[in-house]
Design a protein around this ligand. Sequence first.
Ligand code: IDP
Ligand code: MG
Length: 149
Amino acid sequence: MERTFIMIKPDGVQRHLTGDIIHRFESKGFTMVGMKMMQVDRELAEKHYDVHKERPFFKGLVDFIVSAPVIAMVWEGEDVIASARNIIGATNPVSAAPGSIRGDLGVSIGRNLIHGSDAPETASAEVALWFDESELVDWEPVRKSWLYE
Ligand code: IDP
Ligand code: MG
């Protein structure tokens, strides 16, 4: 089982799309093991997006992430890291496939609703950055035998 870090960005919260977004991961078959609503500070936002710190959009991105609350989550399941990236869709909503979150709900790259870890290494680093171990819940979903053989 893998775990991945998923964050509904301020636009998703402000547009009241949190239920729609969470529903997609639940109905796909993934299990939520951590969730919190938070007002992010600049330090955390800058750390999270450190890989992009030289990019021209970095300051605007950090301004955006701290501008309103986010929903930070950890989801669990087989291949959840890659699968969540597909559920989320391409970075630019203009080219994100219909059916994906960004393809269905977004129109511009600077307001693309959601973050998802892009690889096993970034997933473990991001889960550790955003969550204390005590905030994550180990539980056994009863539907598991109906999702995996
Ligand atoms: P990802 O979120 O699909 O992994 P990344 O390339 O890692 O995409 O970029 C991180 C975030 O930075 C994007 O989700 C988006 O919010 C923002 N971003 C990326 N490229 C641009 C841009 O050209 N203009 C404005 N914001 C951008
Ligand atoms: Mg990324």
